[in-house]
Design a protein around this ligand. Structure first.
Ligand SMILES: Nc1ncnc2c1ncn2[C@@H]1O[C@H](COP(=O)(O)OP(=O)(O)OP(=O)(O)O)[C@@H](O)[C@H]1O
Ligand SMILES: [Mg+2]
Length: 218
């Protein structure tokens, strides 16, 4: 099982959107996927409850059911949707459980100091410090060719963190989520442009999966 933690303490950064999209994409690739909703607002669990039959199956877990679901279903992927405000012991616990950490950073809710504080807290956690947890930034609700995107890249460049992609601001995410879907459940004719933001994210994850297979992590 490969565990991806999606985390940023900033509310509305795009965590649930990235987590549910990734889960639905992997499910569409015939992978067994569990999404663990660690947010008391239960946005990911509610998304799953709206998900119609006939679309690639994603299973849900809550903090009290995750161990049993993981044991029974033996997923290849666990995607953890972290709550806003995460820090301290809870952050350390989830980073420890994860193989890779995706940090969606939205330029529309961008807060220089809060983001810098979070990234430096992440960097002090032992598995990250030891190079055993890969951390990457995903620009969220931002077009890769805009000034906002280059400002973000510039802010991050001294931190030696990869900005692996920019996920554009698109109402497709909002519309799909309302129906329990992701952009990967929509027809190519509607969603192809939005899909094009994602291959670098999948590629980055595949590299981490390969590295884990080669070296082990935990
Ligand atoms: N790429 C996108 N394009 C357009 N809207 C988006 C995009 N990503 C997220 N949104 C919208 O922005 C809002 C916040 O996104 P989301 O719920 O994914 O953030 P979050 O980090 O999980 O928030 P919270 O901290 O409250 O859990 C939602 O209304 C969502 O539909
Ligand atoms: Mg959320």
């Amino acid at each position: 099982m490969f565990t991806v933690l999606v985390a940023n303490p900033k509310g509305g950064a795009g965590k649930t959107t990235i987590a549910t999209s990734l889960a639905a994409y992997l499910a569409g690739k015939r992978q067994r996927v569990v999404i663990l909703d660690r947010d008391r607002q239960r946005s990911a669990a509610r998304w799953l409850a709206r998900r119609p039959r006939g679309f690639p199956e994603v299973r849900g877990a809550l903090p009290d059911t995750d161990a049993k679901i993981i044991r029974d279903y033996a997923p290849q992927w666990l995607v953890i949707d972290a709550p806003a405000g995460i820090h301290g012991a809870e952050l350390a616990e989830l980073v420890k459980a994860a193989d890779a950490v995706l940090v969606p950073v939205s330029t529309s809710t961008f807060d220089f100091e809060a983001t810098a504080d979070f990234l430096s807290e992440l960097a002090t956690l032992k598995p990250v410090k030891d190079g055993k947890r890969a951390v990457a930034i995903v620009g969220s609700k931002v077009d890769g060719r805009t000034v906002a995107a280059s400002d973000l890249d510039e802010f991050l460049s001294p931190l030696s963190l990869d900005v692996i992609s920019h996920v554009r601001d698109s109402q497709l995410y909002v519309h799909a989520a309302r129906d329990g879907l992701s952009i990967f459940d929509l027809p190519r004719s509607r969603a192809e442009e939005a899909w094009s933001d994602w291959p670098p994210i999948f590629h980055w994850l595949q590299q981490r999966v390969a590295a884990k297979a080669a070296h082990g992590h935990h």
